[in-house]
Design a protein. Structure first.
Length: 68
């Protein structure tokens, strides 16, 4: 089995519908420019409130990807 070296990248995704979509949005955007994404870890969840209601979910994640 080959040895792997990983790099970590911290990004924040947002969504008006929920945390899962915020994570998916962040990973989809990162995948446009980062190759070999293998895993993610949720670091922080927060939100934006307008008129007493959640307007946006914001989720900060660490992405791990294999270096070539």
């Amino acid at each position: 089995m080959a040895s792997h070296v990983y790099k970590h990248l911290e990004i924040t995704g947002s969504s008006t519908t929920g945390t899962d979509d915020a994570i998916r949005n962040a990973i989809a955007k990162a995948s446009e420019t980062v190759r070999n994404i293998n895993w993610f870890r949720v670091v922080e969840t927060r939100g934006h409130v307008v008129d007493g209601k959640v307007a946006h979910w914001q989720v900060t994640i660490n992405l791990g990807f294999t270096l070539e």
